[in-house]
Ligand binder design. Structure first.
Ligand code: G6P
Length: 609
């Protein structure tokens, strides 16, 4: 989603800002822009629709100089992608420039007032009210003008502001949309994502909601919107976070699919106690008493993380005596929550910044629940706002379509359920068997990855289909949903994920030779029932690809194609069956000429509601 980078220091700002924008490209965007001050010449503003490369060509062609600037990648919410709607926006006098992530909810009322005061608006965005508001409040002190303006604003924002009268200063602020400061020697940066800072400094400061920061080269101050001073030092960014290198792979997504064996290893590392048949999760130690007393678990998340959460329901039910519910964060946040005593809420998020998940966890906290996080990005908002939690340790994920984060999340959910279950009635034998199974998963995924060429051939056979059905039961039901989502997201093929038992209640009406089915049929407790569903599709001339356990030769006569995955505990099979589905979606997308890493209209991190 939208991204911000800001720089003040001694170097040429444009290179740093453009490079920063490129590092934010993976989040999804449709236009970008840059504003630069040099203290002498008039401010420079350039904006372009499309890729950052289009903006870069302009910026280098026109040679703006200056050591302070802000830049933005936009994902349109109010007003279509166009140069006029791209950020930064400028004030009427052409002195003040502002980039914004988030949504200003009362922008119409503010705009009406500002127009009546004589301000001229040039875009259709909600953001533009901010720049005029700050202009109207400015009396020589930029920080104070920003503070006073934001007190009038309803909605969410992460903003960066510069003013030609202050050529060695940036002011940033946040509410609900992340801003992180990077403090180097004789230079300071700010961004919406550490990915844009990490190559410059490892000294970072995470801004909290309703805080404003004033940045000068090598230093910063933080205040609240009411101008109360906030004292906060820098923290050191964890190393290894920023390997955004595609390596030998044609796309980040393929690289990340192939990184899954290591991602699962990292999710397991140091977290297994064979002697006790239990998982060790240091991040939960401080809340173990409350976890031991818990009766109910509600898992909240969005997108792929939601499907991991659906798996979480099955695994917690299987290994513990908790009653478990999984809910879309965007729905949960607006429900009338009748939370019972001893309810734990678990927020799952790769980015740790998803607006709905953040709002939902805040609501759960307000209602008194213990709120835990399962997050990938260290130091992200969700990680910081939960009472306790566990990192998934998948490493940076760049492809918009989530892959290795999903398998890491499922791995950690299994460990969490094991930990809670072993404190209850789960036996040592059951715990130990699962742990041994988990340790075999990375090598088993490696075996599946060797089939990538074959799965590409299946892609060639099926990628012209305009519709696809994915079906699975119980532990494989979330995988059916996730497989369908992958195909939709990156190959733009309409795909429906269904619980196989629901086939007869509707989707079977769609089946014909042009509407193929991906059937998840590992040899687990639901296998026979899924085979019946496959027969029913067969009887209606539907084409079928089945994902089943290696060595199972019984499906060959009733399906068109078989993909084999190694044999494992049925609770762990989702970690394996999802991999061919990711590869299938990937190959179909490439064969259809789609932009795999940056699918149209999608963003990696959805920081607006
Ligand atoms: C976006 C991304 C998905 C992701 C979802 C939830 O839609 O494109 O890949 O699953 O957000 O994001 P989160 O960071 O909370 O897991």
């Amino acid at each position: 989603m939208c991204g911000i980078v800001a720089y003040v220091g001694g170097q040429d700002a444009r290179g740093i800002l453009v490079e920063g924008l490129k590092r934010l490209e993976y989040r999804g965007y449709d236009s970008s822009g840059i504003a630069i001050l040099d203290g002498e010449r008039p401010p420079y503003l350039a904006r372009a629709v499309g890729k950052v490369a289009a903006l870069e060509a302009r910026v280098w062609g026109e040679e703006p100089r200056g050591a302070v600037g802000i830049a933005h990648t936009r994902w349109a919410t109010h007003g279509k992608p166009s140069e006029a709607n791209a950020h930064p926006h400028r004030d009427c006098a052409g002195k003040l420039f502002l980039a914004h992530n988030g949504i200003i909810e009362n922008y119409l009322a503010l705009k009406r007032r500002l127009v009546s005061e004589g301000h001229q608006f040039l875009s259709e965005t909600d953001t533009e009210v901010l720049v005029h508001l700050v202009e109207s409040r400015y009396q020589g002190n930029l920080e104070s003008a920003v503070q006073r303006s934001l007190q009038e604003v309803q909605g969410t924002f992460g903003i960066a502001v510069i003013h030609s009268q202050h050529p060695a200063e940036i002011v940033v602020a946040r509410r609900g949309s992340p801003i992180v400061l990077g403090i180097g020697r004789e230079e300071s940066l700010a961004a919406s994502d550490v990915a844009a800072l990490a190559q410059h400094t490892d000294q970072v400061v995470f801004l909290e909601d309703n805080e404003v920061a004033r940045l000068e080269p090598g230093k910063f101050t933080i205040t609240t919107l009411e101008n109360r001073a906030v004292s906060r030092g820098t923290t050191v960014l964890e190393a290894g976070l920023e390997t955004m290198d595609q390596g030998e792979f044609p796309h980040f997504m393929l690289k990340e699919i192939f990184e899954q064996p290591e991602a699962v290893e990292n999710a397991l590392r140091g977290r297994i106690s064979h002697s006790e048949g239990v998982a060790k999760l240091g991040g939960l130690e401080s809340v173990m008493d409350r976890l031991a007393a818990a009766r109910h678990l509600i898992i909240i998340s969005c997108g792929t993380s939601y499907y991991a959460g659906l798996f979480g329901r099955y695994v917690f039910e299987a290994l513990t005596d908790l009653t478990v519910e999984t809910e879309l964060a965007s729905e949960f946040r607006y429900r009338k929550l009748n939370l019972r005593q001893n309810t734990v809420v678990l927020a799952i998020s790769q980015s740790g910044e998803t607006a709905d998940t953040l709002a939902a966890l805040r609501e759960a906290k307000r209602k008194g629940a213990l709120v835990l996080g399962l997050v990938n990005v260290v130091g992200s908002s969700i990680a910081r706002e939960t009472h306790a939690g566990v990192y998934s340790h998948a490493g940076i994920e760049v492809g918009v379509a989530s892959t290795k984060s999903f398998t890491s999340q499922i791995t950690v959910l299994t460990l969490m359920a094991l930990l809670v279950g072993r404190g209850r009635d789960l036996s040592y034998g059951e715990g130990s068997a699962l742990l041994r199974g988990l340790e075999r998963v990375p090598d088993q995924i490696r075996e599946i990855l060797k089939q990538s060429g074959r799965i590409r051939a299946l892609g060639e056979k099926y990628c012209s289909a305009e519709h696809f059905l994915y079906m699975g039961r119980k532990y494989q039901y979330p995988i059916a949903l996730e497989g369908a989502l992958k195909l939709k997201e990156i190959a733009y093929i309409h795909a429906e994920g269904y619980a196989a038992g629901e086939m007869k209640h509707g989707p079977i009406a769609l089946i014909d030779p042009a509407f193929p089915t991906m059937a998840l049929a590992p040899e687990d407790g639901s296998y026979e029932k899924v085979v019946s569903n496959i027969q029913e599709i067969r009887a209606r001339d539907g084409r079928i690809i089945a994902v089943t356990t290696a060595g199972n030769t019984n499906l060959g006569s009733i399906v068109d194609d078989v993909i084999e995955v190694p044999s494992t505990h049925e609770l762990l099979a989702p970690l394996l069956t999802v991999v061919p589905l990711q590869l299938f979606a990937y190959h179909c997308a490439v064969l259809r000429g789609c932009d795999v890493d940056k699918p149209r209209n999608l963003a990696k991190s959805v920081t607006v509601e």
